[in-house]
Design a protein around this ligand. Structure first.
Ligand code: NAG
Length: 271
C-alpha cells in the first residue's frame, strides 16, 4: 500500500513535469523541420510513457485490491483462529483442573494402597507363622480294639490291657505290645475307653496316668447278662507321660470281631 502511494506520487510528479515541458516547448522554440520532428518524437514518447504508467498504475491498483481482499480473508481467518484458540485454552484449563482432581484422588488411593499392603504383608506373615506352627505341631491320634479272642479274665491280679487291634495310630504314640500310650509332646490330650461283658454281672477297669489311677469304670447289673460302661477324660500330659487301662483282678471283659472294647486318644493341642 505504501509502495503504491509513493509510486502514485512519483507518477503525478512526472506527469506534471511532462505537461510543463510540453507547454514550454510550444512557446520557446522557433519553427523548423528539425524542431517539428523533435517535438513530434517527444510527444509520441510521452504518450507511450503515459500509457505504460497507466498500465502500471492499473496493475498496482489491482494488486492493492487483491491485497485488501487477502487481508480481509486473513482477518476473518484470524477471528476464527482466535475463537478456536480461546476455546482450546478453556479446554486446557478444564483438563488441568480435572488432572489436579485426579491427582488428589490418586494420592489418596496410593496412601490407602500402602495401608492395605502393610496389612496384607502382616497377614501374610501371620499365615506363614501359623503354617510353621501347624507343620511343627505333632499329629497324635490312636484307636485300638482289645482282642478278637472273646473272653479276657478274670485274673487274680490287676493287668494292663493290651489293645491289639490297631485301627489308627498316627504318630505311633500307642504301643499295641504293651498297651501303653506315651505322650510325644507336652500338651492336652483326650482319652476314651469302655468295658463290656456278657458272661458276668459285673466288670471294672481303671485309667492310669503314670502311676496314678485317674478314673475307675465299673458296672454291675444285679444279675446275670450284659454290662457295658464307658467314659472319657481330658488330661494335661508332660512329654513322656504314659496313659493305660488296667483290668482289675476278678473282673472279666469280653471282646471279639464286633470290637466291643476300644481305647482311643488324641492330642488336642501341644503346650
Ligand atoms: C457273649 O457275646 C458273644 C458275641 O455276641 C457270643 O458269641 C457269646 O455267646 C456270648 N456269651 C454269653 C455267655 O452270652
Amino acid at each position: 500500500m505504501r509502495r503504491a502511494a509513493v509510486f502514485l506520487a512519483l507518477l503525478l510528479c512526472l506527469l506534471w513535469t511532462g505537461a510543463q515541458g510540453e507547454d514550454g516547448g510550444g512557446t520557446g522554440k522557433k519553427e523548423g523541420e528539425f524542431d517539428i520532428q523533435g517535438a513530434h518524437d517527444q510527444s509520441s514518447s510521452q504518450t507511450q510513457m503515459r500509457t505504460d504508467l497507466w498500465a502500471e498504475l492499473k496493475e498496482l491498483r489491482d494488486m492493492a485490491i487483491e491485497h485488501r481482499i487477502k487481508i480481509q480473508r486473513l482477518e476473518q481467518d484470524n477471528t476464527v483462529l482466535e475463537t478456536r484458540m480461546s476455546s482450546s485454552e478453556k479446554e486446557v484449563e478444564e483438563v488441568k483442573r480435572e488432572n489436579a482432581a485426579t491427582q488428589v484422588r490418586l494420592t489418596a488411593s496410593e496412601s490407602k494402597n500402602s495401608v492395605l499392603e502393610n496389612r496384607m504383608s502382616s497377614s501374610e506373615k501371620e499365615v506363614e507363622e501359623l503354617q510353621r506352627e501347624n507343620a511343627d505341631r505333632p499329629q497324635v491320634a490312636f484307636s485300638a480294639g482289645l482282642t478278637d479272642a472273646g473272653a479276657v479274665g478274670p485274673f487274680t491280679t490287676d493287668i494292663t490291657l493290651k489293645y491289639s487291634k490297631v485301627f489308627t495310630n498316627i504318630g505311633q504314640a500307642y504301643s499295641p505290645t504293651t498297651g501303653i500310650f506315651t505322650a510325644p509332646v507336652r500338651g492336652v490330650y483326650y482319652f476314651r475307653f469302655n468295658a463290656w461283658e456278657n458272661r458276668s454281672a459285673e466288670t471294672g477297669v481303671q485309667l492310669f496316668h503314670n502311676n496314678h489311677k485317674k478314673m475307675g469304670l465299673y458296672d454291675y447289673n444285679g444279675g446275670s447278662g450284659r454290662v457295658s460302661t464307658s467314659n472319657s477324660m481330658v488330661l494335661q500330659l508332660e512329654k513322656g507321660d504314659v496313659v493305660y487301662i488296667v483290668l482289675l483282678s476278678s473282673y472279666p471283659v469280653y471282646d471279639d470281631s464286633n470290637n466291643y472294647i476300644i481305647f482311643s486318644g488324641f492330642l488336642l493341642f501341644p503346650q
